[in-house]
Design a protein around this ligand. Structure first.
Ligand SMILES: Nc1ncnc2c1ncn2[C@@H]1O[C@H](COP(=O)(O)OP(=O)(O)OP(=O)(O)O)[C@@H](O)[C@H]1O
Length: 243
């Protein structure tokens, strides 16, 4: 068994409250600036997760439970305060709509920019450009600046570039929700195809029926901790019962 994603006991704190009253700040200064004025909380609290190559895993949990934060750590866009994250193979993350796109550049230029960020050479992008454009169905808007794109159009192009990088590990956050139904179906078929081809998938979604179809394993997060890790149907049922 080859471990594709190895998350060892990661923790991440965020600031809960940035602003303080002048009085609080004054007292803090007079008392010699002791302690931390900002209040923090754990978005991830000692999370460990091993995902084997070829596994399809759903990250489940209520709003704010830490799913996206965990995915961002796996993709490497966020670093943990403590603990380690290791990945094996090329990772393509579809985490935030439009992330990695430059608003003032055209769709075409962004394909090159995004492709390069995801590790493709110019030659590889040239070869795959038609296919990227074709899958995205962006058509004539490919030469429009992406700041004028709808969120669905962003998704189409980003998804299309990501699948053409031939990733070993594919991370997908909620963003599929912004696509229209035909495109969602097309994405799902592609995701299943990647799964069948032995790629590792980690999916975050509140669409529990959808993740049950795509993933076999479900990991349930609650307040930044993994509270269940097992069959996706069991994880979905546990989550539904907690509502
Ligand atoms: N960059 C940040 N700075 C401060 N707090 C953050 C940041 N990113 C996330 N958080 C907080 O961390 C917690 C976990 O957020 P996260 O987005 O991981 O939750 P989630 O499970 O994906 O939620 P949802 O289902 O709503 O997408 C939330 O309370 C959120 O407000």
């Amino acid at each position: 068994m080859v471990v594709a994603v190895d998350v060892q006991s990661i923790s991440k704190q965020f600031v809960l409250r940035h602003t303080r009253s002048i009085k609080e700040a004054f007292v803090w200064i007079v008392k010699g600036r002791k302690g931390d004025l900002s209040q923090k909380f754990h978005a991830l609290d000692g999370v460990s997760l091993q995902v084997e190559q070829g596994e399809s895993v759903a990250l489940l949990g209520l709003n704010g439970s830490g799913k996206s934060t965990l995915l961002k750590h796996i993709s490497g866009v966020m670093l943990p305060d403590s603990g380690t994250v290791r990945t094996r193979g090329r990772v393509a993350g579809l985490i935030e709509v439009g992330a990695g796109f430059h608003p003032d550049l055209s769709g075409r230029d962004n394909v090159y920019l995004n492709g390069a960020i995801l590790g493709m050479s110019e030659e590889q992008i040239n070869e795959r450009f038609e296919s990227i454009l074709d899958f995205s169905e962006i058509g004539q808007f490919i030469d429009t600046e992406v700041k004028f794109y709808s969120s669905g159009m962003y998704l189409r192009l980003a998804f299309s570039v990501a699948i053409h990088t031939d990733p070993e590990i594919f991370l997908i956050d909620e963003i599929l929700a912004v696509g229209d139904e035909p495109f969602q179906k097309k994405c799902l078929a592609k995701i299943k195809e990647l799964g069948d081809a032995g790629k590792t998938l980690i999916v975050v979604s509140h669409d529990l029926d959808l993740v049950s179809k795509v993933c076999r394993r479900g990991v349930l997060l609650e307040h930044g901790r993994i509270v269940m890790d097992g069959d996706v149907a069991d994880a979905v049922e546990t989550l539904r019962n907690r509502h």
